[in-house]
Design a protein around this ligand. Structure first.
Ligand code: ATP
Ligand code: ZN
Length: 286
């Protein structure tokens, strides 16, 4: 019996690089899929399948793969008997409605009776139904953004990240239909050995993701403001404080969330902190 866990990731596209680098950050070594369908990890019981992203949910449901990395947008469009284990924080985008700049748009009601081109007909029709709008949905598989300029549709519903593709096609974003990011999915009821490997992998993924969201910070603090500085830097349990050779000063080590980073640094400086060093963390185990 094959004891490896099989993971399906995108072969080449927006999710490929981040999927590969995430597995590598989990300490898993393998050759990438350039021109290959499959790769076997050298130091972890994992086989990596390189596939088109749209096919991943079906392969997982059909047991060709046990788990996969795929955009939530695809999962929402094609409901399958698979479970979302974890959102992964990359491949962030939104499915948005956009209209040509000449289109007078005040509210979603203005889309009533219009023709909308999209690759996500189910998500769009649910969204329109929720807003009691009836429109004609025209399903196309690619280059949705050019549909209005060639007279194929009045509006589009397409994936957007920066919005520059819409802009350069003379379109204006008017509604967000859904937010999406890459997610780790699994088929339900994995065999016990596979489940064990998945648990190990998710443990590593959690450590890598936590590390990405935090920074290790070291600084010198005057003892007079030590108490206040410790309050700002709670750390995992509490910060490490060590006396410096110079009297009246201490070295403080702690972990801070990336999101609060600049605000915390400014407050620390106001409290007299000096020699602030900020380092990235590779893994963080709670
Ligand atoms: P494939 O050949 O694998 O079918 P594709 O062309 O369908 O590739 P990509 O454009 O590489 O797919 O997008 C893959 C996923 O990346 C999308 O399903 C979505 O989850 C995510 N994504 C992030 N930003 C964007 C964006 N600006 N446009 C499209 N997809 C995006
Ligand atoms: Zn695709």
């Amino acid at each position: 019996m094959n004891q490896n866990l099989k993971i399906a990731i995108q072969k080449s596209g927006r999710l490929s690089e981040d999927s590969i680098s995430l597995l590598r950050k989990c300490g898993i070594r393998f050759d990438n899929g350039f021109g290959k369908l499959k790769s076997v990890a050298r130091n972890f019981p994992l086989e990596i399948f390189f596939l088109r992203d749209d096919d991943i949910p079906q392969y997982v449901e059909d047991k060709v793969a046990d788990i996969g990395i795929v955009g939530e947008n695809i999962l929402a469009e094609e409901k399958r008997a698979i479970e979302i284990i974890k959102s992964l924080g990359f491949g962030k985008c939104r499915l948005a409605l956009a209209v040509p700049k000449s289109f007078t748009y005040d509210s979603i009601k203005d889309l009533g009776g219009k023709k909308i081109a999209t690759s996500y007909p189910k998500i769009l029709s649910d969204f329109l139904a929720r807003h009691s709008v009836t429109a004609e949905i025209h399903t196309i598989s690619g280059s949705v953004e050019i549909a209005p300029s060639i007279g194929l549709a009045d509006a589009v519903c397409d994936l957007v990240s920066s919005g520059s593709t819409l802009f350069s096609n003379g379109l204006r974003e008017v509604e967000t239909v859904m937010q999406s990011e890459a997610a780790l999915v699994a088929r339900p009821n994995l065999d016990a050995p596979q489940q064990l490997i998945l648990d190990k992998l998710t443990f590593r993924l959690t450590a890598v993701k936590a590390a990405e969201q935090n920074k290790y910070i070291l600084l010198n603090a005057p003892d007079r403001s030590l108490e206040e500085i410790i309050k700002i830097l709670p750390g995992i349990k509490s910060p490490t404080v060590m006396p410096l050779a110079e009297k009246g000063w201490s070295s403080v080590h702690s972990v801070i969330a990336e999101n609060d980073f600049w605000e915390v640094i400014e407050t620390l400086k106001d409290k007299g902190a000096e020699g602030i060093l900020v380092l990235s963390i590779d893994q963080m185990i709670g």
